[in-house]
Design a protein around this ligand. Structure first.
Ligand SMILES: *[C@@H]1O[C@H](CO)[C@@H](O)[C@H](O)[C@H]1NC(C)=O
Ligand SMILES: *[C@@H]1O[C@H](CO)[C@@H](O)[C@H](O)[C@H]1NC(C)=O
Ligand SMILES: *[C@@H]1O[C@H](CO)[C@@H](O)[C@H](O)[C@H]1NC(C)=O
Ligand SMILES: *[C@@H]1O[C@H](CO)[C@@H](O)[C@H](O)[C@H]1NC(C)=O
Length: 297
């Protein structure tokens, strides 16, 4: 009995010490399309195992079917959900953002003046958009039957502002290489956060983006959903469906929103990893060990 009490006290003592001195910044995890906070528990558990005591926030906003709603409508809810942890963390926070959630995170960061997000970790996130309709039965049968299943036809809906178009999240980052003028004209999300379409606050948004210390881009050829998968590395298709790498794009070359400046500063980290399908990026221990953990300090 006596030993077990002193053991308890010892445990209590070390736990308190750990929390007080662990030094890990709080982490915010943002889920992707057609999933929600519950699916992010894998990432939560890997972080806690590696860095005990980390304060982790996983907003349970716009989950599942609601993740398909207009992205700009979603942004305020996420901002609200993470405001406290951002305000109460003078040493900064880190963000792990999965798939569509990575676009959400970039939008939040660009719009948040004086934020203290240090490292932004993008897990298979279509940062230069999507041009492919993956086989997702739920997406077609119950959620958005309006979207054609042939990718060359999707623009008719997505870029048509009189139709439901930009009210479906995926349309807001649909990037059709055969219809670039229409993309630039109608994309009210990706083209805007990329500063491909001028707006009055682009200078401030760029400044906010550049408050980040590191952007970590993780993706790979076996993803199966993000198309082209290199969009996770800010690459895109050209008219021949060849890949235009990030560094050959105007957005980068002219530093539209700060990517080139961040890169020049050594703040861009690219990881291409084979053998991971889309729904496993946030639960793969190898990926966590190689490419995520080191940025969560
Ligand atoms: C994380 O930190 C925030 C802000 O200080 C706090 O509101 C929240 O309760 C903390 N969460 C946990 C699990 O400790
Ligand atoms: C992007 O933002 C800058 C201001 O920071 C502006 O000068 C530039 O024209 C913008 N790019 C486009 C394509 O509008
Ligand atoms: C681009 O695609 C075309 C047509 O598919 C092909 O003929 C060409 O070799 C490709 N160019 C490069 C640089 O890969
Ligand atoms: C985890 O990632 C490694 C590569 O880092 C890959 O070889 C393996 O197949 C992945 N496992 C799963 C279940 O995704």
């Amino acid at each position: 009995m006596e030993t077990s009490i002193s053991h308890c006290i010892f445990l209590l003592f070390t736990t308190t010490l750990l929390v007080a001195t662990n030094g890990y910044k709080p982490v915010i995890i943002i889920h992707g399309m057609l999933d929600g906070a519950p699916e992010m528990h894998f990432m939560h558990d890997m972080i806690i195992k590696a860095h005990p005591g980390t304060n982790i926030t996983i907003p349970n906003a716009y989950s599942y079917k609601r993740s398909l709603e207009h992205l700009w409508d979603q942004v305020p809810a996420y901002k609200k959900a993470i405001q406290d942890v951002i305000n109460e963390s003078p040493d900064g926070v880190n963000m792990v953002c999965y798939s569509q959630g990575g676009l959400m995170c970039r939008a939040i960061i660009e719009k948040l003046d004086n934020h203290n997000v240090e490292n932004l970790i993008l897990l298979s996130s279509p940062q230069m958009g999507q041009f492919g309709v993956p086989y997702m039965p739920n997406l077609h049968t119950s959620y958005v039957p309006e979207l054609p299943s042939t990718r060359t036809e999707v623009y008719r809906i997505c870029y048509d502002l009189r139709a439901i178009g930009q009210l479906i999240s995926v349309c807001e980052y649909w990037n059709d290489p055969y219809h670039q003028p229409e993309y630039l004209r109608s994309s009210d999300f990706l083209a805007v956060i990329n500063n491909q379409s001028a707006h009055s606050e682009s200078q401030q948004w760029r400044k906010n983006f550049l408050r980040l210390k590191n952007v970590v881009m993780i993706g790979g050829p076996d993803d199966g959903v993000i198309t082209p998968w290199q969009s996770s590395h800010f690459a895109t298709y050209d008219k021949n469906l060849n890949i235009t790498e990030m560094k050959d794009q105007e957005v980068y070359l002219k530093d539209y929103f700060g990517l080139k400046t961040l890169d020049a500063r050594g703040g861009l980290h690219t990881y291409g990893i084979a053998g991971v399908i889309h729904t496993f990026w946030h639960r793969n221990q190898t990926v966590f060990d190689c490419c995520i953990e080191q940025f969560l300090t």
